[in-house]
Structures are given as structure tokens and as C-alpha cells.
Design a protein around this ligand. Structure first.
Ligand SMILES: C[S@@+](CC[C@H](N)C(=O)[O-])C[C@H]1O[C@@H](n2cnc3c(N)ncnc32)[C@H](O)[C@@H]1O
Length: 212
């Protein structure tokens, strides 16, 4: 039977194989890492002993935390992005690299990780895939482990394709994600609605904890 969600996932992932984004995005790291960024105070609440970065692209965020983190596991659906990270971080022993199926965390053991984060990627993903990642994140975090997830808060165009939407935000809702996170067993530590250039309240950020 036709799997429409999988078709959409493939269509989305195709956009992120080798766009100019990866070069350009290295120039706007301040959004996430500057002292005034709304991401940074939440990121600082993660324990980076064993951290997963989901949908790592070409590794611009991992490069920011190389000195602070213990082990970093980089996961992405697109093998060429994982290859780019392998080249970028060649010689750094603390990195692991995983290509996934677009909705799972393979090779990550149950309860093994202190933190997981995902920036500027889940905002594009299919809702069913975000839900699958929430389940998987709960599975792999150790008790007391935390996840910081940058999600879409775009309630426009249900059933549409993400490219039709402002900033290519897929259909999503911070409130719905917070509700689902609660039901999956997370503690909700913090959340913010975020503006993106020219678009008010289009994104969300949530800090979740797997209870001890
Ligand atoms: C806009 S890029 C962001 C990359 C990185 N997070 C950054 O901020 O530079 C989106 C990333 O999500 C990856 N991706 C797309 N669909 C995915 C999926 N279903 N699961 C995991 N990664 C996916 C792409 O390969 C790409 O690396």
C-alpha cells in the first residue's frame, strides 16, 4: 500500500542533499549560539556527556560543542551529510556517525544518552516523523536526560507540502508537541514560541526531560 508519509519524507530529504544552505548557514550561527539567542539558555541546561545531534546536516552545531561534549553522536537521514561530517571532523575521536531511516534512532541503546538536540531541521519534518522521534528520544535518554527540540508551530495548510509554507515550515504545533511529550512520559521543563525573520510565532522550542 502507498505510504504517503514516507513519500513526503523522501521528497523533503531530497531538498537537503547539497543545497547552498550548508555554506550559507555557517554564516548565521548567532541565531543559535549568540549570548542573546533564545536557544542558548536552554542548551546550557543539557548535560553533554553523551549527546546526540539529530539531523546534523554538515555539522555546524556539533562544531560549536566539540570542546564541551564527551561523546557526540551525529544522525542524519542523508548519507552525504553524514559523509560531510566525517570529513569535517576527521581525527576527532569523540564522534559517532549514523544514517537513519528518517524517523528512528538506530544504533542508540535504550537509556544510554544524557542529551539530544535538533536545530533547524524538525521544523521541516512530517508530523508523524516528529512523533516517532519523540518516542525514540524518550527511549534513548537516560533517566534525567534532556532533549532540546526546535519544532514547527505552523498551523497553516494542513495536508499541504512543506515548500508551500513560509520558511518551508511543515505543519506542526508547539502545543500539540508539548501535549504529546507529556503523554509519552516526558517532564516539560521549558518551552518558547519563536519568531523567524518575517514570520511571527512560526516556530517552537521545547526542553524535555525523561523522569529519573
Ligand atoms: C535544514 S538542514 C539542517 C541541518 C542542521 N541541523 C543545521 O542546522 O545546520 C535539515 C537536515 O535534516 C536532514 N533530514 C531531512 N529529513 C530528515 C529526517 N526525516 N530525519 C532525519 N534527518 C532528516 C537533512 O538531511 C538535513 O541534514
Amino acid at each position: 500500500m502507498r505510504d504517503r508519509n514516507a513519500e513526503m519524507r523522501q521528497a523533503i530529504a531530497k531538498d537537503w542533499i547539497d543545497p547552498p544552505y550548508y555554506r550559507d548557514a555557517e554564516g548565521w550561527l548567532d541565531t543559535f549560539w549568540a549570548p542573546r539567542s533564545p536557544f542558548l539558555p536552554l542548551f546550557r541546561q543539557l548535560d553533554l556527556t553523551r549527546v546526540i545531534e539529530l539531523a546534523c546536516g554538515h555539522g555546524r552545531h556539533a562544531a560549536q560543542i566539540l570542546d564541551q561534549a564527551g561523546e557526540i553522536t551525529l544522525i542524519d537521514f542523508e548519507p552525504r551529510n553524514i559523509e560531510a561530517c566525517r570529513r569535517r571532523f576527521a581525527g576527532h575521536g569523540k564522534l559517532r556517525y549514523i544514517v537513519n531511516a528518517g524517523n528512528d534512532l538506530p544504533g542508540c541503546e535504550d537509556g544510554g544518552y544524557s542529551a539530544l538536540f535538533c536545530y533547524d531541521a524538525m521544523v521541516h519534518f512530517e508530523l508523524l516523523d516528529v512523533i516517532a522521534y519523540l518516542r525514540e528520544t524518550h527511549r534513548v535518554l537516560r533517566p534525567g536526560g534532556r532533549a532540546l527540540l526546535h519544532v514547527s508551530n505552523n498551523r497553516q495548510n494542513p495536508g499541504g507540502f512543506y515548500q508551500q509554507n513560509t520558511h518551508w515550515r511543515n505543519f506542526g504545533s508547539l502545543d500539540v508537541f508539548l501535549h504529546l511529550a507529556d503523554r509519552l512520559g516526558f517532564i516539560l521543563l521549558d518551552s518558547r514560541v519563536l519568531d523567524w525573520p518575517g514570520a511571527r510565532e512560526i516556530d517552537g522550542l521545547m526542553l524535555l526531560e525523561r523522569p529519573a
